[in-house]
Ligand binder design. Structure first.
Ligand SMILES: Cc1ncc(COP(=O)(O)O)c(C=O)c1O
Length: 481
């Protein structure tokens, strides 16, 4: 069963038959491309013709592949996504009916949550994030905070959390599900598990959301599996909810011309992971254990280890393939370290900030790749000894006061005003100090006295900001009402 790849096989069969392609796409099977690599992909870049199936109609090869996908991930029902994990998040938010419009979401949710809330009209109830003082990052949400919000808002029926976060750190999804399921009214737990698509295939990796009791999960497969960019999937445990609410929302949001190469890559990756995933992930785990220790022993650097998470409430486990490397004991910043890695060692890391870098390894990085990173880090750390204070402690953010839903704010008129005039108004933009990247303002939220003072602090401290049109905060966009 695991060797079956219905979509990929159907596409190869069509290619083998070699009919004259008088149909879309316009590249005519690749003849229109001058680049060889594009020509190769074009061979299976087809459309809905007999044999290839229609993504929106659950039958044939696509339906068989969908069932295999659900089995592999432990979902009752699954869907292929060709517009990234973002489209799964949009779909789940759009699947909620009028009675389910209040949703608990983490304050540091990915921006696709915001888009999903604009599309669906959901009213967010934000759960605060626990941060790590060492890295200055948002790490998790606590089950006790979720329970508190459910107590205060008896009409909430959905909690939508993110686990793992971008840095590979998971929340205690099992505990959250247990607590939420104790409630007198039924509350669903959805999980943005965009970075955890590989978790179901090895027991020593963090426990997957569905196995922890989640009602739905979204995996950004292209992030961690051998899947083309944009390939992702969505799983739902309640069949009735899936067919009545999720499938129609997904179909409405999904292109009528899906990329068959993306679908084929998901099909192949599912088969690969079912057959070889355990062995390949085991090798990566061994490499991770070895090199996390070696890098952690380099003078001046530290590597975030699962054992440390005990100090951050609400966290549970850490993906071994994410290397969060602290630079507290060397005299350059994480950004400078990343630049040196790129310029002098031809190593590009996923991201960098003043006090850390994040390296994302995959199942397809072998010992020489880990060794290359280790040797480069050792050499650079040796050249830049010493301690330079890179921490910019940002004080606790004031509580958000939502005045308009994201949808109402999105459809309101906005104007730009001088900073002092934004006091007491409603924000029309996102303002998030980075790190930790947790917004202190989202569109539709009141710029209260406390928030105004906090913005003044960010402005004076020249804290780097994500979101505002004018990052100096000389001018701020507010809702014009
Ligand atoms: C936590 C999280 N969720 C969702 C997404 C959206 O994923 P995609 O780029 O596949 O749409 C991202 C993207 O980086 C992410 O980090």
């Amino acid at each position: 069963m695991h060797t079956e790849t219905p979509i990929y096989t159907a596409l190869k069969e069509y290619s083998k038959q070699g009919p004259l392609r008088l149909h879309m796409p316009g590249h005519g099977g690749g003849g229109g491309f001058i680049d060889h690599s594009l020509k190769q992909i074009a061979d299976i870049d087809v459309t809905e013709v007999p044999g290839t199936g229609d993504l929106h109609v659950p039958e044939g090869a696509i339906e068989q592949a969908r069932i295999l996908l659900a089995k592999a991930f432990g979902g009752r029902e699954s869907l292929f996504l060709v517009n990234g994990a973002s489209s799964g998040i949009h779909t789940l938010l759009m699947s909620l009916n009028r009675k389910q419009k209040k949703v608990i979401v983490p304050r540091n949710a990915h921006r696709s949550f915001y888009a999903g809330m604009v599309l669906s009209g959901v009213e967010p109830i934000y759960v605060p994030c626990q941060t790590s003082s060492e890295y200055g990052l948002a790490m998790s949400v606590r089950s006790s905070d979720i329970v508190e919000l459910l107590d205060a808002n008896k009409d909430i029926e959905t909690v939508f959390i993110t686990s793992p976060n971008y840095y590979g750190i998971t929340c205690d999804v099992a505990e959250i599900c247990t607590e939420v399921k104790k409630r007198p009214v039924s509350v669903s737990v959805f999980v943005d598990e965009a970075h955890g698509g590989h978790f179901p295939f090895h027991d020593s990796y963090p426990r997957p959301a569905l196995q922890s009791g989640a009602d739905a999960a979204v995996n950004g497969l292209h992030k961690t599996l051998p899947v083309l960019n944009q390939g992702a999937c969505l799983h739902v445990q309640d069949e009735q909810y899936f067919w009545n609410q999720v499938f129609p929302a997904w179909s409405m949001l999904t292109t009528s011309s899906p990329s068959y190469p993306i679908l084929a890559s998901i099909d192949l990756a599912r088969s690969f992971m079912m057959i070889q995933g355990q062995a390949v992930l085991e090798k990566s785990l061994e490499l991770s254990n070895k090199y996390k220790q070696k890098i952690g022993e380099i003078r001046g650097l530290s590597v975030c280890a699962e054992e440390e998470l005990i100090n951050i409430p609400g966290t549970a486990e850490m993906d071994p393939l994410k290397l969060l490397i602290g630079v507290g004991g060397i005299s350059i910043t994480g950004d400078q370290l990343a630049q040196l890695l790129r310029q002098e060692y031809s190593i590009q890391v996923e991201m960098a900030a003043p006090n850390y870098i994040l390296a994302m390894l995959s199942m397809f990085h072998h010992a020489p790749d880990w060794e290359l990173l280790y040797e480069a880090l050792k050499e650079i750390a040796g050249k830049y000894p010493g301690n330079k204070d890179k921490k910019k402690d940002v004080p606790l953010q004031p509580e958000p006061q939502v005045r308009l839903t994201p949808r109402e704010a999105f459809y309101s008129n906005a104007v730009e005003v001088d900073f002092p005039c934004c006091r007491g108004k409603i924000s029309a933009e996102v303002i998030a100090p980075y790190p930790p990247g947790i917004p202190c303002l989202l569109p539709g939220e009141l710029i209260s006295e406390n928030v105004y003072e906090y913005l003044e602090f960010l402005k004076k401290g020249k804290i780097s900001l994500y979101g505002p049109g004018d990052s100096s905060l000389t001018r701020v966009r507010i809702i014009d009402n």
